[in-house]
Design a protein around this ligand. Structure first.
Ligand code: MN
Length: 172
């Protein structure tokens, strides 16, 4: 699943982590949002799943307002080690620019309106959600909390939106 990630990068030139298997298959699933000052500033939303980070660059970044439907464009899987990556990708390299961790934490997919923390079951739910084009997740980060939904629209395009709950904020 990381071939595309490898193909796009020259690990002699970029400080980004080389692909490596590092998933123990235990513990909670993690998420990260990286602020990436590439040619076009964007926020990379990543969810741990199946030993990799499923990745969606969100050009405008996440919004706490449930009425904002933020475009999230699915891109190549990233290695799990990427979740803690911060650094400057050299100019001229793929994604050249600074990367910082903007938010991180754990997440659980939604099942019947509630977070599912059972690891094996959670990964099944995420798989089903991605296949069906609708995935509900509960995020426990510093900036992002509560329920969120990813909805597939067409091609690689998804929408990322906040659910109505006590962590929503229509003023943002
Ligand atoms: Mn990016």
């Amino acid at each position: 699943m990381l071939e595309q990630y490898r193909e796009k990068r020259d690990f002699k030139k970029t400080p980004e982590p080389a692909p490596a298997a590092s998933d123990t298959g235990e513990g909670p699933l993690v998420f990260v949002v990286q602020k990436h000052a590439a040619t076009q500033l964007h926020y990379d939303f990543r969810l741990q799943f199946d030993g990799v980070l499923k990745s969606w660059p969100v050009p405008k970044g996440p919004s706490l307002n449930p009425e904002d439907k933020r475009l999230a464009v699915m891109t190549e899987d990233h290695p799990l080690d990427y979740a803690t990556f911060e650094g400057v990708i050299p100019k001229g390299e793929y994604g050249g620019g600074q990367v910082i961790v903007w938010d991180c934490g754990i997440y659980a997919p939604e099942e019947h309106g509630k977070p599912c923390f059972d690891r094996a079951r959670a990964e099944k739910l995420v798989r089903k959600g991605i296949e069906n084009g609708k995935l509900g997740v509960f995020l426990q980060g510093h900036k992002l909390r509560g329920g969120w939904t990813l909805v597939h629209t067409e091609d690689k395009n998804w929408l990322f939106l906040k659910k109505e709950d006590s962590f929503a904020n229509a003023d943002h």
